[in-house]
Ligand binder design. Structure first.
Ligand SMILES: [Zn+2]
Length: 319
């Protein structure tokens, strides 16, 4: 099966022509200045027309388009249900009508982290497992679940996809979702600068020389032995590990796959989270495996074919 695949992020839209688990062509568009989702879609349409032409293909050869969106999505009706301060016009947009007009193709849209889990399950670190939790550690924290081979969606399409908004500190920091002490309010790309700024002793730390501290700088300074950087890094590891234990208790996975930009430091994160889960999760049947994601930024794109296949198998089971 061939599919168009789009993974819409906060600053970039990754677009690919995919055939089963292979990416035939790929380009990332900078959409940081896009005023709304309609502006993003018009640039995505332009790009796909060029990519398809460059590959000497035509849209007739594609089964559909799959879109990963960073918000709550009801993929049964192909609508965005709720946004979190990004692309707030998206719930009003008829994505299926856009895809018909732009390419003459059917469309499915899903939460971006769910699509990444489909990709890792189809051709990555979760291949061969039916019960999986995936955590994506980046600007925010994605946490999604697959149970008995099916993505968990739930009545309001929000089951299993709010793993970053599990509270890990009841009296913690305010989160963008309206909650308090969510994992991503305590240890994610967007919350890290404020955490660093407020951390005791930071003015004597090498971290104070940076205008913006991301996880890259934090892990580098911790590796050089900066005591404050080490303390903040270890705090982040504990937050992620506590979130992982909560996800194990909620969803009963065999394996946790961890992805996201921070996984450049997978050699530190994976053993830490795994040891914590083995020590603190109640799993009398055995040990949950903790593995790094294998598909990096391509995971959601590789999820396109299984997402479209789900719809095809659903329709065929109804007839
Ligand atoms: Zn939250």
């Amino acid at each position: 099966m061939k599919a168009l695949a789009v993974d819409i992020g906060g600053t970039h839209a990754n677009c690919g022509l995919v055939e089963n688990e292979s990416i035939l062509a790929y380009e990332s568009i900078d959409i940081a200045s896009a005023v709304n989702i309609r502006a993003v879609l018009s640039r995505v349409a332009e790009l796909f027309h060029r990519l398809v032409k460059d590959q000497s293909l035509s849209f007739d050869g594609f089964q559909g388009i799959a879109v990963g969106f960073p918000g709550l999505v009801d993929c049964r009706i192909s609508r965005v249900v709720s946004t979190n301060k990004k692309y707030d016009d998206a719930p009003e947009v008829d994505f299926c009508a856009w895809a018909r007009e732009a390419f003459g193709l059917p469309l499915r849209i899903e939460n971006d982290a769910r699509m990444a889990l489909l990709g890792e399950s189809y051709a990555g670190a979760a291949r061969g497992f039916g019960d999986v939790v995936m955590m994506t550690l980046g600007t925010g924290i994605g946490g999604v679940a697959m149970i008995e081979g099916e993505l968990l969606r739930g009545k309001h399409s929000q089951a299993g996809c709010l793993g970053g908004h599990i509270p890990v500190l009841f009296n913690g920091r305010p989160c963008t979702c309206g909650g308090i002490g969510c994992a991503e309010a305590e240890a994610s790309g967007w919350s890290l600068p404020a955490i660093v700024k407020d951390f005791p002793g930071v003015s004597e730390s090498r971290l104070s020389k940076y205008s913006h501290v991301g996880f890259k700088q934090l892990f580098e300074e911790a590796a050089r032995g900066d005591k404050t950087a080490l303390a903040i890094r270890d705090r982040c590891l504990n937050i992620w590990a506590a979130d992982a234990v909560a996800l194990v208790h909620a969803y009963d996975p065999e394996v946790i796959v961890i992805g996201g930009g921070v996984m450049e430091s997978a050699n530190i994160i994976i053993p830490y989270v795994e040891a914590h889960v083995h020590k603190y999760a109640w799993t009398p049947w055995g040990k949950v495996k903790v593995r790094p994601a294998e598909l990096a930024n391509n995971a959601a794109l590789v999820g396109a074919v299984p997402l479209l296949s789900e719809e095809i198998s659903r329709k065929s089971s109804q007839t």
